[in-house]
Design a protein around this ligand. Sequence first.
Ligand code: FMN
Length: 700
Amino acid sequence: GRFSIALAGAAAYYLHQHSVESKKASQINASKEIGIKTEPDLEPKFKSKSNSKAKESPIYAVDFTSTTFTPSETSNIPANPTPTKSKTISSLRSRAKRTPKVFKASKPVKKTSTEPVLTKTTVDLLESQIYIFYTSLTGTSQRIAKSLNEKLNNLYNLKNPPKLLSLDDDVDDLEEYFLKTPKQNGDTKNIYVMVLPSYEIDSPIDYFLDHLTETYNDFRVDKYPLKSLLGFAVLGLGDSESWPEKFCYQARLADKWLGKLGGRRLYPLGEVCMKYEGEPVANEWIQNFAGLLNDNEPFYLDDDDFEDSDKEEEESDSTDGDGETLVDVEDMGDIMKKQGTDGLKSEAKEMVSKNSPTYKSLTKQGYSIIGSHSGVKICRWTKSALRGRDVIVQGALQAHYQKIKQMRGVPGIQMDRFEEAFKVKHAALSLVGEPISYLEISSLIKNELHSRGISSFLVCNAQHPDNLRSLCKVTQLYVSIDAPTKTDLKKIDRPLNSDFWERLMECLDILRTVQSHQRTVFRLTLVKGFNMDEIKGYADMVIRAQPSQIEVKGATFCGSSTGNGNPLTMQNIPFYEECRKFVINLSEELKSRGYDYEVAAEHAHSCCILIAHTKFKINNKWHTHIDYPRFFELVESGEEFTDMDYIKETPEWAVWGSKEAGFNPLDVKFDRKAEKLKKKKEREEQARIALEKQQITQES
Ligand SMILES: Cc1cc2nc3c(=O)[nH]c(=O)nc-3n(C[C@H](O)[C@H](O)[C@H](O)COP(=O)(O)O)c2cc1C
């Protein structure tokens, strides 16, 4: 058996009440039939009987990837970095489309590698020459830049003392640093750290930003002059109260253009409001940045990243849709130069190439983080798991942190969320095997998770009654209910045990009795044409187990292929409306039989709806959320407690029927297309005004 631990920081766990992963699609293969219903024993028994009988020790592989799917491959970190493949003319894109002198070249063909190329970075950041640039009108940025300088100067293992330069006084010619870059002895490379305020009014920052954009747009010079840097980071200072719309906007622009000019982002852009947060937060950024210099985690960012950020703009400008790219003849020099130098001299590739199958496979398995979980699938954890529970949790945490660190260079990462992701708050023990069949599970939960203040969401498939009976207190105990009848369940889950139905029934009884003190949650994943019709069968199970809540989620489409035995198509993915209908019918069925369950909350975006027992509705307000601090207080007290002792009011935006339908208004959805459209409209409007002005001048 295998199970996975998915870890999440606080910020990313806003879905904690409702998030349900869809079941592995290939497991679902069913038709409908009326099943056997057994009358439940309705006598609750509150005393827990522990099953201490140790059976033979099984072998556990730990899957730290997505909780929905375990790939068959593992990725290795090869000892030797794979060199960057040389680029061809065709791998370079044109800039703005110009006429009339054009060469035709085929669309970029990126070489892909089937070999995983996740490698440790070969360069030691501590060996670099750090330049701290700042510009300051009223002295704040200068002060912060000085404390950054001091902090770095005090790093005993930093080889070269940093250089502090005012863009206003010490840098006469921006080209010396932002077109060429200073040459150092030997292999020493430069790191640029910028401390920049933002000014709505004209200031020297405009001049600096103009220089960056002009360099980028100047077809005569290398488009990526800052590629020779080891990396850069920008700390922005501003005032979010007085300039909410333009808060730190110039630091953001600097961060963007330095990236576009080929710089590698070493650390997320800092945006500090000097009015509210002030120097402590700026110093926190400094502290974290300094910490990262000591870190030799590989960068998520690879050589292609800065090009990708251009891509969208260029693609949107381009009307050329025939698979070929027009290359301006004036760009040819640039292209030739790149072909000659990049391919031969560029340093060893440090990360999985964005276009490689490995990258795609890893990200698909959950490699993205901030808020979610550690997408690592490294076989050494499998070995670690054999050594015992301590190694499992430590390994999971380590892998989680490692993955977060790798995200530090990705454009758009928010510093506060990045830092928050290091504070693991929640662990989901779930899927692909049974976490409760791990003999040490209770000890792992108590001693490794709860003692660290990490909550535990445990998912089981109700096939191991003995283990379920002896399970310790968890924050939330999920039971997957994949089908409402015996026949359907057999087809859908293809259970290993012939007495699977009896086991399920026994587990449901345990939930109602021995484990009724737990916050128990049924999780139903709806698949159209497979398990959505037998409402009565589900109602029977709810009555038998009397769970605290029922989470219902429409299955998500993960692609289908005839080769992997997955019969699902988009036709099997229910619409949100169909899920709504399902939960209404189920709660009405329960009501009609005298059981008090109602639809309580929803998260339309994830096609996820929560039915809860009405005991969670206090003074007409739903309390389906978890009060985590209270949970840990209760755990620490050693006293017995129930699911009702750590409840928290459901926020209005999550309540069933709210206009937000579960979308937290604080989490602004970034709509790239809408953003582009907005910008386009702004440009058109500006052009129209300019034209009008011109006409007025001509007329007068
Ligand atoms: C006239 C003026 C305009 C400003 N405009 C902005 C702005 O557009 N966005 C922002 O975030 N902060 C703005 N600020 C706040 C400054 O960026 C902030 O006070 C910063 O810490 C000043 O740094 P300095 O002392 O190094 O010049 C503005 C401040 C002044 C005085």
